[in-house]
Design a protein around this ligand. Structure first.
Ligand code: MRU
Length: 343
């Protein structure tokens, strides 16, 4: 299976597909400073929990490669680490990748080692993510019935990861195995990751799909047209509560009401075992303009205000199973999550 990579390292810089321009234009950016990487994460040029972590890891490579005048590479790394940590609060993959890169830096004996060591570590994080996605694709596809009609939200595909995808990776693998009937992709207000990005990925590969308005999901369930829900996650607490794109909770409640399995597909880097439950997960609130005036098109009257949480919280009791690269995890999650992840 060929894997599409939305970002990669080239000689001395990071190349990254600008997701804010999709599907209108395929614009590849060449980023040469960690500040440019931080801006790309903040403004959603690169988004999706695993992809954010990978981009941040490459950002730290850029920091040691091009320290500002008067800074040692280690000082620049420290500044970059703090700056990148401030970009987006919810996806734990970001903090996981920053911590892993910091451990790699601390293991270096002298300055000459920094760049090659950190580049190898960032590439390692990237390649491991792709391998995890391919594995989750196999494990997740095995859970689906023949001709499965699946519902998904946001974009969890190659664009959101190092390549292949999590929930969309399962869809990709199921399609390759000729097991997939139809994908219903929620358009995903307010910034339309489903309509712009998931539709772009599915369309390129000829995977059958229908875009739906987010609020059409209820009727779809009522008509019995959903065999499984597949979503990703930005942070999963030790008890299985998790944060994901706003709208996930609604789909989980609907799935339970209609007896449809609800699967969360996420690598082990998306789990935060330091959090006993989801209540402590920080939920990012983004600019009001994303709701009032998406992509420069003003819908709301002058003076209207908006509330724009980027994520919501879904309690563990609504999750049928977590699909990770280490195995499929079923309740009781307080026991099975730590046991599977430490294995
Ligand atoms: O705001 P985004 O586009 O970064 O949100 C992305 C999601 O919520 C995804 O579902 C999640 O990061 C998992 S991506 C494999």
């Amino acid at each position: 299976m060929t894997v599409f990579r939305p970002l990669f390292w080239e000689e001395d810089h990071l190349v990254l597909l600008d997701q804010t321009r999709l599907p209108w234009e395929e614009r590849w950016l060449r980023l040469r400073t960690w500040e440019e990487v931080a801006e790309a994460i903040r403004s959603l040029r690169v988004r999706g929990a695993p992809a954010i972590g990978i981009a941040a890891a490459y950002g730290l490579v850029l920091a040691v490669l091009r320290p500002k005048p008067g800074h040692t590479p280690a000082q620049e790394f420290q500044e970059a680490q703090e700056g990148l940590a401030r970009t987006r609060p919810t996806a734990v993959n970001l903090f996981w990748a920053l911590a892993r890169m910091t451990r790699a830096l601390q293991a270096c004996q002298d300055e000459q080692e920094l760049f090659p060591t950190l580049l190898a570590e960032a590439k390692g994080i990237h390649e491991e993510d792709i391998a995890a996605n391919l594995r989750m694709g196999e494990l997740g596809a095995a859970l689906l019935p023949a001709g499965a009609r699946v519902l998904t939200l946001c974009n969890t595909g190659a664009l959101a990861t190092g390549g292949h995808g999590t929930a969309l990776g399962v869809i990709r693998t199921a399609f390759a195995q000729e097991k997939l009937g139809m994908v219903y992709a929620c358009e995903t207000r307010p910034v339309l990751q489903g309509a712009r990005l998931t539709a772009w990925e599915l369309g390129r590969e000829g995977i059958p799909f229908r875009l739906i308005a987010d609020s059409a999901a209820g009727l779809l369930f009522r008509r019995g047209e959903v065999d499984a829900v597949l979503v990703g996650a930005d942070r999963i607490a030790k008890n299985g509560d998790f944060a994901n794109k706003v709208g996930t909770y609604v789909l989980a409640v609907l799935a339970q009401r209609h007896g449809v399995p609800f699967y969360v597909v996420a690598p082990s880097s998306s789990f935060d075992l330091a959090l006993p439950s989801g209540e402590a997960i920080p939920i990012e609130e983004r600019a009001e303009e994303e709701v009032l005036e998406p992509y420069g098109c003003r819908f709301a009257p002058p003076g209207a205000r908006a509330w724009n949480p980027a994520f919501d919280l879904t309690p563990a009791e609504l999750v049928t199973a977590f699909v990770t690269e280490k195995g499929v995890i079923r309740p009781p999650y307080v026991h099975t999550i730590p046991a599977t992840l430490s294995g």
